[in-house]
Design a protein around this ligand. Structure first.
Ligand code: 1QQ
Length: 392
């Protein structure tokens, strides 16, 4: 009886697994389009059909500070690539209006209607935690260029990021700030309502603990808050060597201004959203001395960086930022993945994105592994006279 019962359970469980496997296989199986398979490989690859690439960026609302630069960077990359022989790309860009709902709709359109080979974006991790699972179950490779929160690559094997995770950026910026300024006690302030800022907060606390830096003020707020007097009074009453801040520009701008107005002059170390000239412009003098880790620097002597900056400035009448640089790099990574087997079908792009090894880019040598994670060297910068400068 006991045997029968357990074997029944085993059968039932096995049947469940079999049907689950069936469903997931069905969901991720894409029909291969022969027209997207060419001849030759690498620089010699030639594909007749135009390869469709989708992008979902926040072109309006709160995250447009990054999304607009991303669109420009990606467009520039495909303009340059389309001017070379062999493979032509059509880039279809959608605006998710910094909203999860619109991001989901944009992914759906690109996956089902436009039948793109790969999707770049979305801008925020906050949207990626909903849209990347959709790309995963549809079997469409998705390449984040600014999704830095912990856990993004774990969403599935179709999910990649060419965006230095906060773990990597903070592991460089906090020790560098400690060395440059000599920090022993800090205040940590964070937006607990956003996936990226909440994740970065956890990473900040881990790195501070590893670095033996004492957290004497630990306060949170929400993305849309505008009055930070309660949190800043606590900072004012404590003796801190630095403020560590995890926030998007919408909160960072009033918070930093209010801190400086209150006479809090401790250096501020921030997360990935600090890598923005929009933020620096809005903060004006209050941006002086901000420290941030990131994926790119205008000062980096990486391959193609000077040409990229000149071409971008010529095309868009403003200098590029880190978000533009990462999106630009994504264009070249996609082209590399397509050319590897000279196959722009979703499955081939997925397989080859996961095998990019030390690709020589404007971000430096960049690798993507089959789990979707990126490897690259971080840069630590400080804002001096309104400009990002490498922290010495
Ligand atoms: C994320 C981020 C943002 C700052 C990108 C604009 O790093 O949401 O993961």
């Amino acid at each position: 009886m006991r045997f029968k019962k357990s074997s029944g359970t085993v059968v039932a469980v096995a049947a469940l697994f079999a049907s689950a496997a069936c469903v997931s296989e069905e969901a991720t199986s894409n029909t291969s389009d022969d027209a997207l398979v060419g001849t030759g490989s690498g620089a010699e690859c030639s594909i007749d059909e135009t390869v469709k690439v989708g992008a979902v960026f926040s072109l309006t609302e709160a995250a447009a500070f990054a999304g607009e630069y991303q669109r420009e960077g990606l467009e520039l990359a495909f303009e340059e690539i389309n001017a070379t022989d062999g493979v032509s790309y059509e880039l279809i860009v959608e605006d998710d209006k910094t909203s999860v709902e619109d991001s989901v709709a944009a992914f759906e359109k690109l996956i089902d209607r436009d039948e793109v080979s790969v999707i770049v974006g979305p801008t925020l991790s906050n949207m990626a935690f909903t849209t990347f699972p959709d790309a995963q179950s549809a079997g469409v490779p998705a390449l984040g260029v600014s999704t830095t929160a912990e856990g993004i690559p774990d969403i599935g094997d179709y999910v990649f990021r060419a965006s230095l995770p906060e773990e990597g950026a903070l592991a460089a910026s906090i020790p560098a700030a400690k060395e440059a300024i000599g920090i022993e006690q800090v205040a940590v302030l964070h937006d607990s309502a956003d996936e990226f800022t909440a994740s970065a907060y956890n990473t900040m606390m881990d790195v501070l603990a590893e670095e033996d830096v004492e957290v004497v003020v630990d306060e949170s707020f929400a993305t849309a808050d505008t009055d930070f007097s309660a949190q800043l009074t606590k900072v004012q009453n404590a003796d801190v060597d630095a403020v560590i801040l995890s926030a998007l520009p919408g909160a960072t701008i009033p918070l930093v201004k209010q801190a400086r107005d209150l006479g809090i002059d401790a250096p501020i170390v921030g997360g990935n959203a600090f890598n923005s000239p929009v933020l620096v412009g809005a903060l004006e003098d209050a941006s002086e001395g901000l420290i941030v880790g990131g994926a790119w620097s205008a000062a980096a002597e990486t391959t193609g960086n000077a040409n990229f900056m000149a071409a971008y400035t010529e095309a868009y009448d403003r200098a590029p930022d880190q978000f533009a640089a990462q999106a630009y790099t994504a264009g070249y990574l996609i082209d590399q993945a397509v050319r590897a087997d000279c196959d722009a079908n979703r499955e081939a792009v997925k397989d080859n994105l996961g095998q990019i090894l030390e690709f020589d880019s404007i971000l430096g040598a960049i690798s993507l592994d089959e789990n979707g994670e990126v490897t690259q060297e971080p840069f630590v910068q400080i804002i001096e006279n309104g400009e990002f400068t490498i922290l010495q």
